[in-house]
Ligand binder design. Structure first.
Ligand code: GAF
Length: 372
């Protein structure tokens, strides 16, 4: 394994273990996690692999095969850039009173660049999973995910919800992971597309609109403000949508419309999957995209064109996935339509003079685990 060779070369010894944590695709349930709502992601076959050995002296040495120079950290606070995602997990665990000592770490990632498939959550979760085992911390997978989320919230400074880290830590092969983000209860939902002659294509737009970087926090704020105005703990608690909308205006009204209906769409998708009516999920993916585009306002023209051209090419349904403003769309496509969807999307991009998006199928992979 490449990561083991690099570990030997960097630190002159064998790693004690090698762990892997995957990225994720969210099938449906977007911008619902921080509203105590429902999500239905699955883990992708790409992620972050880490070779790790513990160190007695508390020092953390990190090397990535993808990015930048190796770093040696006497304290997690010294970390910069990508290293903060890893260092943040040491910081969170230590702050919580765990004996998470030092470590030598080499990281190798293969999540497609800029695809919005949560490579950062994979990095946090792989480090958390390795430390949990090496230092015998006794944390459950969900506790590892929560530590990883806290690292991203309080150390990196990105106010994300729990979905990405939970998917990376808990997902199972062949299954989507339903999660109630209030109770943190999870359920595996069988998601075997091949059996139904279907594929889930990822369409990586390759774009990331940096100007939108503050938008995620603003959406969270809109939701919190709306919940306060409606007198509920979280938008999850809105049961009378029409009544709620009548009390709101402007952006808050639109955000509530999205979050409440998106939670219903997650439940509807689960019902369809359980009934074996997988093809019918497409219509809900389309509805989710329109809601994210028009009510939540987190799409962008590259995602909209990917979704529209996929549907024109014969997809059963398509939507943006993840936070938005770039990254990837997903399309549910019957086997015999895959080529026409590819042509339609590639053609639509070429017409606008945009670089061809990468398009590849994703199958639900296993969550974080030890490899050796
Ligand atoms: C990002 C966040 F990290 C998630 O927590 C989630 O809110 C998602 O955007 C939107 O559904 O991936």
């Amino acid at each position: 394994m490449r990561v083991v060779e690099a570990f030997r070369e960097s630190y002159g010894a064998e790693p004690v273990g090698v762990w892997h944590a995957p990225g994720r695709v969210n099938l449906i349930g977007e911008h619902t996690d921080y509203n105590d709502g429902f999500v239905l992601p699955f883990a992708v076959p790409w992620g972050v692999t880490a070779a790790v050995s513990p160190r007695e002296d508390g020092v953390v040495r990190l090397r990535s095969l993808q990015t930048g120079a190796p770093v040696t950290l006497e304290s997690p606070d010294e970390a910069e850039g990508w290293a903060r995602y890893a260092a943040g997990v040491f910081w969170v665990l230590r702050e919580a009173g765990h004996r998470a000592g030092g470590a030598d770490v080499v990281i190798d990632g293969d999540v497609p660049q800029g695809a919005g498939l949560s490579s950062s959550a994979a990095l946090e979760v792989v480090v958390g999973t390795a430390l949990n085992e090496l230092y015998g911390l006794g944390l459950s997978k969900m506790e590892v995910a929560l530590a990883a989320q806290k690292a991203e919230n309080d150390f990196v400074g990105m106010p994300c919800g729990i979905m990405d880290q939970a998917a990376s830590a808990l997902a199972q092969e062949g299954q989507a992971l339903f999660m109630d983000c209030r109770s943190l209860g999870t359920r595996n939902i069988p998601f075997d597309l091949a059996q139904h002659g279907l594929q889930l294509l990822i369409i990586n737009t390759g774009v990331h609109h940096e100007l939108a970087d503050g938008q995620y926090a603003r959406r969270r704020q809109d939701c919190e403000n709306a919940a306060k105005r409606l007198g509920v703990d979280a938008l999850r608690d809105v049961t009378d949508l029409a009544g709620a909308l009548a009390k709101l205006g402007g952006d808050e009204r639109k955000r509530v419309q999205h979050v409440v209906t998106e939670n219903h769409r997650v439940e509807a998708v689960i019902g369809l999957l359980r009934a074996g009516a997988v093809r019918e999920v497409g219509a809900l993916l389309n509805a989710s995209h329109l809601s994210l585009r028009d009510q939540y306002e987190v799409s962008c023209v590259e995602l909209d064109v990917a979704v529209e051209s996929a549907v024109q090419g014969g997809a059963r349904g398509a939507r943006m996935t993840g936070g938005g403003f770039g990254g990837s769309a997903i399309a549910l496509v019957a086997d015999d339509r895959v080529e026409s969807v590819r042509e339609s999307v590639t053609g639509a991009y070429a017409e606008r003079g945009w670089a061809a998006p990468e398009i590849y199928p994703a199958t639900p992979a296993a969550g974080a685990r030890r490899l050796t």
